[in-house]
Ligand binder design. Structure first.
Ligand code: CAA
Length: 257
């Protein structure tokens, strides 16, 4: 498939998606988000890919939704676009998504980052939800995922002032996993992606889903969900291989079956 606003490559079993509208700081227009989600879904189906990595460039992961597309449109026009339906499809991706972010990570950019399962940030990243400064509010999860991630008070401060926080502060609040020098953030994210890609793929996907359930379900329901996943994985070939390899003191060869 050919795209206008993203580029796509593969490194071993890691699928790499790069947002590519550098002149306007990777502002997320409708077409870019459509392309991104189409490629995420394609990679999710591609057996050659085990982990997906999303990145931008050093200056910007993404500076938010494209304001040009919103500025002149009426409320009804924007409602009819139903533009967030495509965002909702991101949370159905079963393979892990690693985010490698640098520079501006604002508005829809922050919401996209929060759709990633693990995030490596460059120390230059500025992360925030500035929608309030435009007279609006986030629409792709900014009030919901941010609050779950950093807690009510910090989310309230970020959303009501619109001011970004530094990568280091984001790390202190658990919003990103690791902060590394700008020269290293992409390599570090790729290294991590390759490490996860070596794990048994079925276990990776079941664990991903189960961890996300922890945000949605009451504890006992979450425990029940976890247990079903545990029993399911006991039926996999990779479980046999993983345990056999342990007993034989050798490295396992996981096939995803
Ligand atoms: N949409 C459209 N264009 C954008 C953009 C956006 N979100 N962010 C930056 N740009 C464009 C600028 O208009 C500018 O274009 P020109 O060169 O053609 O003038 C170019 O990118 C470079 O930007 P600046 O000159 O402003 O660069 P700067 O370094 O001075 O400032 C910035 C950088 C602080 C990120 C500033 O550009 C900015 O505040 N951008 C808007 C951020 C924002 O409000 N994002 C939220 C959008 S709403 C949203 O995301 C809703 C949602 O929940 C889905």
């Amino acid at each position: 498939m050919s795209y206008e606003f993203i580029t796509v490559s593969i490194d071993e079993t890691v699928g790499l998606i790069t947002l590519n509208r550098p002149k306007i700081l990777n502002a997320l227009n409708l077409q870019l988000v459509d392309e991104l989600v189409a490629e995420l879904e394609r990679m999710d189906r591609d057996p050659a890919i085990r982990v997906i990595l999303i990145t931008g460039n050093e200056q910007a992961f993404a500076a938010g939704a494209d304001i040009n597309e919103m500025a002149e449109a009426s409320a009804i026009e924007i409602m009819k676009r139903n533009q967030f339906a495509v965002w909702d499809r991101m949370s159905l991706i079963s393979k892990p998504i690693i985010g490698a972010v640098s520079g501006f990570v604002l508005g829809g950019g922050c919401e996209l980052m929060m759709n990633c399962d693990i995030v490596i940030a460059s120390e230059t990243a500025q992360i925030g939800q500035p929608e309030i400064k435009l007279g609006v509010m986030p629409g792709a999860g900014g009030t919901q995922r941010l609050t779950r991630a950093v807690g009510l008070r910090k989310a309230m401060e970020m959303l009501l002032t619109g001011d970004p926080i530094s990568a280091r502060e984001a790390w202190q609040y658990g919003l990103v996993n690791r902060v590394v020098p700008v020269e290293a953030y992409l390599q570090e994210a790729l290294k991590l992606a390759k490490k996860v890609a070596k794990q048994p793929p079925l276990a990776v996907q079941v664990i991903k889903k189960s961890v996300h359930k922890a945000e949605d379900l009451p504890l006992q329901e979450g425990m029940d969900y976890e247990r079903s996943g545990f029993y399911l994985l006991l039926a996999s070939e990779d479980r046999k291989e993983g345990m056999q390899a342990f007993l034989e003191k050798r490295k396992p060869r996981f096939t995803g079956n």
